[in-house]
Design a protein around this ligand. Structure first.
Ligand SMILES: NC(=O)c1ccc[n+]([C@@H]2O[C@H](COP(=O)([O-])OP(=O)(O)OC[C@H]3O[C@@H](n4cnc5c(N)ncnc54)[C@H](O)[C@@H]3O)[C@@H](O)[C@H]2O)c1
Length: 450
């Protein structure tokens, strides 16, 4: 099928490349000329494991997508048009919909008759109607359909999450759009495609459930799913803080509850909390929706408050141990909001670094992938960038593990200990090291809720 994708960020580019790999003819539109120029050469502007290889593989079947900044070329191409532009939060917590609005106008101006416009961006309830209205205003003569297809991929495992999704949700108010989308996703739903060898089909992978709803429910599913996951982590963190008070071990407690099939063991890791482009933004957006209806979403407020307090907890723990942070040398292991991505949106590392600098500490940082992005995006952040964890450890009073990259799980902690100076504090913000081993080496080891 002929598909157009507007926005070549984490979601748009992964969607476009996966659909091209599955055999569809894809055209991608972005306003970022540099990005598009690079993509034409097969250069991926983000860090996403194997995405470069997948894009390269589309050449084997002559399905390498068209990359363009020309809306006419991109819009005249697709019978299905995905909107996958950003919906970042505004100061007041509401999502900024100006990019969606621009897309709607572009579609109205250039799209072909009977196209189906699918919102993949995460948007507030009612956006389907709003996008419909904007397109209609831009071109009253255009016959078109609007549907919602919320995206659930995780950065770092985005190809896997697309090929072997837990479900595909389609919100549509009429059958035509629903049937077309079912056809588009048929190779995924039926798992009939040949997987690339770097993303093999998991043993026992069954058909992917196709969940069909009205547009409003699809929009609510996305916000509810992210809010629930964020709430699970905040719950684990709240329990961790109580564990600290009573002397229990939160990892054992979470194992004890997570094995209950009604609860499930995922997203119960206590630590310094979630970050990233989605959770904070989507929980805030759902809060705003509830407030519009004069409803008090207490669980959502709690979810957010607990999360951001965890970042301060790190500072508090260091103050408890070191008393004065002024003049202390502190290293942060990890900058990305989670492993396997270069994404720094709402990354806890940034808040922690800023708070430490404000208190007069000298802060050094390292990250296997996200350091370059951090330099570019935060030119005023007064930190020293170093190449690896051992260089980071040299002469530091304290190290804080912020992002649980695999490399950091495998650190030679004895070597790290030897390189450190001062009070030899290892603050494990993700509970990845064994307290017994770390203490045996001699660290003043602090973790969350253990
Ligand atoms: N990143 C994730 O893990 C994730 C997961 C699920 C859902 N989402 C949602 O998907 C949406 C996209 O997120 P993302 O992380 O891919 O964003 P992103 O910021 O990485 O990418 C957005 C892209 O859209 C382009 N763009 C903006 N306006 C445009 C326009 N008018 N025409 C063409 N291109 C335009 C930008 O240049 C950019 O390349 C958001 O609503 C987000 O909440 C993201």
């Amino acid at each position: 099928m002929k598909v157009s994708v507007i926005g070549t960020g984490y979601v748009g580019l992964v969607t476009a490349t996966c659909l091209a790999y599955l055999g569809h003819d894809v055209a991608c539109l972005d306003i970022d000329e540099k990005k598009i120029e690079g993509l034409k050469q097969g250069q991926i502007p983000i860090y996403e494991p194997n995405l470069d290889q997948l894009l390269e593989d589309t050449k084997k079947t002559n399905k390498f997508p068209i990359f363009t900044t020309d809306p006419k070329i991109a819009m005249e191409h697709g019978e299905i048009i995905f909107i996958a532009v950003g919906t970042p939060p505004k100061e007041n917590g509401e999502p900024d919909l100006r990019y969606i609005e621009a897309c709607a106008k572009t579609i109205g101006k250039h799209a072909k008759q009977d196209c189906i416009v699918i919102n993949k961006s995460t948007v507030p309830v009612g956006s389907g109607n709003w996008v419909y209205m904007l397109i209609e205003q831009a071109n009253p003569k255009l016959n078109f359909h609007v549907a919602s297809n919320p995206e659930f991929l995780r950065e770092g495992s985005a190809i896997f999450d697309t090929f072997y999704a837990d479900r595909i949700v389609i919100g549509a108010d009429e059958n035509f759009a629903r049937a077309k989308l079912k056809e588009l996703y048929k190779p995924l739903i039926e798992q009939s495609f040949t997987p690339p060898n770097y993303c093999p089909r998991p043993h026992g992978q069954a058909h992917i459930p196709f969940i069909s709803t009205d547009i409003t429910s699809a929009e609510m599913i996305k916000y509810s799913a992210n809010s629930f996951l964020a709430m699970k982590i905040s719950f684990a963190n709240q329990i961790a803080n109580i564990c600290d008070l009573v002397g229990a071990d939160v990892t054992e407690v979470m194992q004890g509850i997570g094995t209950d099939s009604r609860i499930g063991g995922k997203f119960l890791n206590a630590g310094i909390g979630w970050g990233g482009s989605c959770f904070g933004k989507d929980v805030q957006a759902l809060i705003k929706i509830a407030e519009e209806y004069d409803y008090n979403p207490e669980l959502l407020y709690g979810t957010t408050n607990v999360n951001y307090k965890q970042r301060n907890l790190v500072i508090k723990r260091l103050q408890d141990q070191m008393k004065i942070l002024k003049g202390k040398k502190i290293g942060l292991l990890g900058l990305a909001f989670k492993p396997n991505t270069d994404d720094l949106r709402d990354a806890p590392a940034l808040d922690i670094a800023k708070a430490l600098i404000k208190l007069g500490a000298s802060v050094s940082v390292t990250d296997p992938i996200a350091a370059e992005n951090c330099k570019k995006q935060n030119p005023d952040l007064e930190v020293n960038y170093v190449n690896d964890p051992y260089e980071l450890a040299q002469g530091k009073d304290a190290l804080i593990l912020v992002t649980e990259w695999d490399e950091y799980r495998k650190l030679d902690l004895e070597k790290v200990f030897r390189f450190m100076g001062g009070s030899k504090i290892l603050l494990d913000g993700r509970n990845i090291y064994s307290p017994v081993d770390a203490k045996k080496i001699g660290f003043n080891y602090i973790s969350i809720g253990r």
